[in-house]
Design a protein around this ligand. Structure first.
Ligand SMILES: [Zn+2]
Length: 158
């Protein structure tokens, strides 16, 4: 299975994605170091169970980069002295961070059926993931973060 995955996901495309993952994880690790924040990431152990409805190809294309970027973020953050924590991400993109109601996101948009809170589902997932650790409190997010998509351009080498 692993050999098959590696073969499918090889060559030029793999190197291109790897380069993007390295640059993105370097940016994340530098934010971790600047802000003195603990990186909290989703446990991917049960990813196969959660996305078993998607096509096999989706799984091939998606599960590996997730693990890879977590690995890159982990070792780069640890170089700065910040050890990442991994949490169970069940329902993180479906739970309202304001009132805890579970709503189904519509594509990338999350809208709470109970309180009407709206945001990008990835932002909601990140917010909920961060607050899964007992020592973390809900983050005071700026209105800007909720209303505008965060565009982080990854360009150039290093
Ligand atoms: Zn709500």
């Amino acid at each position: 299975m692993r050999a098959e995955l590696l073969a499918k996901y090889s060559g030029r495309e793999r190197r291109r994605i790897d380069d993007i993952l390295h640059r993105a994880s370097k940016i994340i690790a530098s934010i971790v170091a600047e802000e003195g924040a603990k990186p909290i990431m989703e446990e991917l152990t049960d990813i196969r169970d959660r996305i078993r409805c998607s096509r096999r190809m989706n799984r091939r294309l998606h599960s590996m980069p997730f693990r890879k970027i977590q690995f890159y973020i982990s070792y780069k953050a640890m170089e700065y002295g910040f050890k990442p924590e991994f949490v169970d991400a069940k329902n993180t993109s479906r739970t309202c961070p304001i009132c805890d109601e579970v709503s189904k996101p519509n594509r990338h948009a999350f809208r709470c059926i109970k309180c009407g809170f709206q945001a990008d589902k990835h932002l909601v997932a990140a917010w909920n993931t961060a607050t899964k650790l007992p020592m973390c409190r809900p983050l005071p997010l700026a209105a800007k973060a909720l209303n505008e998509p965060l565009l982080l351009e990854v360009r150039g080498k290093g």
